[in-house]
Design a protein around this ligand. Structure first.
Ligand code: MN
Length: 227
């Protein structure tokens, strides 16, 4: 087989490209079909939110880390916990896109349909901090409505065995302050605009209908054990 010069160059370039380590960061698969959360969260929103928005965070994170092989190999949480170790020239790109990647990866896991509710130690933590699950949901809703512009609402385990409600702007997160969130709720308009337009309160009420408590019960046990 003979190849012309242009093909030879293309082959050489693709061989060089193949020799680069594959990007560490990849879009996680949704743990359920895109229509699994209907009617609370519609399939079209899930397709675009996961397939386009989250994918863009992953792609832009890999692009930002492209020139820093050592940083590119660092686990995402470690990267976010120590943003000061990231060169200033790519720090906001890593903060926004790495943050977006981590936040959404947790968000997909937190959502789901479960017939159960908080159990065991998580139930006790909720009772300690909010008196009841209803009280906690009320606090999450109020915090979500209080985020100006784009951001997130979080439930974070606290040292006293309870939980705190926090909010963050943009794609910032408790990870960036050295804490690990139990749950995150996306309150960017792209999370709800197609179905709920500007009605964030309706979206928040809907999200609270599709919380995967089995996942949260397990995650809480792991976070407490890792302390
Ligand atoms: Mn989002």
């Amino acid at each position: 087989m003979t190849i012309n010069r242009r093909e030879a160059i293309a082959l050489a370039v693709s061989t060089v490209a193949a020799a680069q380590p594959a990007p560490l960061h990849t879009l996680p698969k949704l743990p359920y079909p895109v229509d699994a959360l209907e009617p609370h969260i519609d399939a079209r929103t899930m397709e675009i939110h996961h397939g386009k928005h989250h994918q863009a965070y992953v792609d832009n994170l890999n692009k930002a880390l492209g020139g820093s092989p050592e940083l590119a190999q660092r686990p995402l949480e470690q990267l976010l916990r120590d943003l000061n170790a990231v060169p200033e020239s790519i720090r906001s790109a890593v903060r926004n896109n790495g943050g977006g990647h981590a936040n959404h990866s947790l968000f997909w896991e937190v959502l789901g349909k479960s017939s159960s509710g908080p159990r065991g130690r998580l139930a006790a933590a909720i009772e300690k901090s909010f008196s009841s699950r209803i009280g906690m949901e009320e606090r999450l809703r109020a915090a979500g409505l209080g985020v100006f512009g784009s951001g997130w609402v979080w439930l974070v385990p606290s040292a006293d065995g309870g939980l705190t409600v926090e909010t963050s702007p943009n794609q910032d997160s408790p990870w960036m302050a050295g804490r690990t969130p139990l749950l995150g709720i996306d309150v960017w308009e792209h999370a709800y605009y197609l179905k709920y337009q500007n009605r964030r309160a309706d979206y928040l009420a809907a999200v609270l209908q599709v919380i995967n408590w089995d996942y949260l019960n397990d995650r809480y046990e792991k976070l407490v054990a890792a302390r």
